[in-house]
Design a protein around this ligand. Structure first.
Ligand SMILES: NC(=O)c1ccc[n+]([C@@H]2O[C@H](COP(=O)([O-])OP(=O)(O)OC[C@H]3O[C@@H](n4cnc5c(N)ncnc54)[C@H](O)[C@@H]3O)[C@@H](O)[C@H]2O)c1
Length: 435
């Protein structure tokens, strides 16, 4: 199958690098986003996402003349859907007394509907958005078939999950192994022919529902493993153990690889995707659901840790929250546990000044976002490190002494070396250290 033109719907962290990479590999690409600001920013040479190398890549794609931008799809050989699949803010499910989150599939539905008027015989449609099992065959397929064309006989339909790491998206997009699940074999093969334009990693073919489940299994596996690390961090405090030392030693076992605890699990993937499995089969997902609740409870554990240090009454305490992103060195705040901690502290009466170097104007109700480290710590009683951004990890405690009156610091990510901070005169408390 020959592809000359591809239409990519949704120009976010996934869609924009994908569209630009196809364009720099010679395909004619129409990048589509319903957000008019996204389109005008890109048309004016800007990029609305912070991702290393992305600005240059988009520039190259636009200058090549192969990438055009629009608010609506147009006819093409292939369509790729890369729109958000968050969980619903309004509704949740409940099974056996345990609540669970529900996927909000409105963007996938709308994006699929927007393809219908442009769908032609011989086209390929690929869903890339992380989705609950059976979405491709139960949700996307019937919408596309409302065109009068039949999936499998008239057009190809496949699911191909994205597994890139924010911060390394451009490299991983081409180098990672890619799974392509077709609704039939011909659809999977068509998918492989499309992605072969730029994917250097192995391309594994399977069926659409297996590919959907593979993506969810990958993130659920990580979530469950982080949950056990977080639970270990709580146990370490109870038993007077340093969890970081304990994990280091346990991981010397050749078949053990415990992940790091922290203030919780965030981001648009790991903290969301396991719910898609729970939603589909709440009666079969006790462990997955419990792991989600453990990780969602970790910001509360951090709140108690802070209360243990400064006392139960936080009212009027000035706390500098350092970092708000869901992980180090990215600007992505989605589902960030650092934000949950900042909010919990503010709700408990503390005056919270948050400094997020990658997003200076983050809006969090009740929390003061400040533009400089100095503004965050200038009159703080307590410093709380919530994200291991390099800039924050490298803070020199000797210099910090002059910038802040605080002599208490809580490190939730093991980002600060204990001895230099203590030597400088700080009392440093690390999450998961009961010694
Ligand atoms: N960000 C990641 O690292 C990552 C990794 C793997 C998988 N994913 C998955 O990829 C999908 C996309 O995630 P993202 O991070 O790129 O999202 P994003 O929020 O960064 O971008 C999505 C874009 O889609 C646009 N959009 C929404 N509805 C639309 C519609 N009907 N038509 C056209 N455009 C529309 C939005 O305006 C937005 O610009 C999600 O399912 C996500 O779970 C993301």
């Amino acid at each position: 199958m020959k592809f000359t033109k591809v239409c990519i719907i949704g120009l976010g962290y996934i869609g924009l690098p994908t569209a630009s990479t196809f364009a720099t590999h010679g395909l004619q690409v129409v990048g589509v986003d319903i957000n008019t600001e996204v389109i005008s920013t890109l048309r004016n040479g800007g990029v609305h996402i912070s991702e290393p190398g992305l600005r240059l890549l988009v520039q190259e794609a636009l200058e090549s003349g192969h990438l055009t931008l629009n608010n609506t799809p147009e006819n093409a050989d292939a369509f790729i859907i890369a729109v958000p699949t968050p969980f619903s803010e309004d509704e949740e499910g409940c099974y056996d007394g345990q609540s669970y989150r529900l996927a909000d599939m409105r963007a996938v539905t709308a994006a699929t509907e927007s393809i219908v008027p442009h769908l032609r015989s011989g086209n390929l449609v690929v869903l890339e958005s992380t989705s609950p099992p059976r979405t491709t065959i139960d949700l996307v397929r019937p919408i596309l078939e409302s065109s009068g064309l039949k999936a499998g006989s008239d057009f190809h339909l496949a699911y191909s999950p994205e597994r890139v790491l924010p911060g390394k998206i451009i490299q991983e997009l081409t180098e990672n192994a890619r799974v392509i699940g077709g609704i039939d074999e011909a659809s999977a093969i068509a998918g492989r022919e499309l992605y072969t334009h730029f994917v250097k990693g192995e391309i594994v073919l399977t069926d659409a529902t297996t590919a959907e489940m593979v993506k969810l299994m990958e993130n659920t596996y990580r979530d469950v493993n982080i949950a056990i690390a977080n639970e270990f961090s709580r146990l370490a405090v109870r038993f007077g153990v340093d969890i970081w030392e304990a994990i280091r030693i346990a991981n010397r076992h050749p078949r053990v690889k415990i992940l790091n605890p922290g203030p919780g699990v965030g981001g648009h993937c790991i903290s969301v995707d396991p719910w898609f499995l729970v939603e589909g089969a709440p009666d079969l997902t006790e462990l997955i659901s419990t792991a989600r609740h453990v990780n969602d409870g970790q910001p509360h554990f951090v709140l108690h840790l802070i209360k243990d240090v400064v006392g139960d009454d936080l009212s009027g305490k000035r706390i500098a929250a350092l970092g708000l992103a869901f992980k180090p060195d990215v600007d992505d705040l989605r589902e960030s546990p650092a934000i949950q901690v900042a909010k919990l502290l503010a709700e408990a009466g503390a005056i919270v000044c948050a400094y997020e170097p990658y997003k200076l104007d983050a809006y969090i109700p009740g929390v003061h976002s400040v533009h400089t480290l100095e503004d965050a710590i200038g009159d703080a009683d307590l410093l709380v490190l919530l994200v291991g951004h390099r800039e924050l990890k490298e803070l020199d405690p000797q210099k910090m002494l002059k910038l802040t009156p605080a002599r208490l610091a809580v490190d939730t990510v093991a980002g600060w070396e204990v001895q230099p901070w203590i030597k400088a005169g700080f009392k440093l408390i690390r999450l998961g250290v009961g010694k």
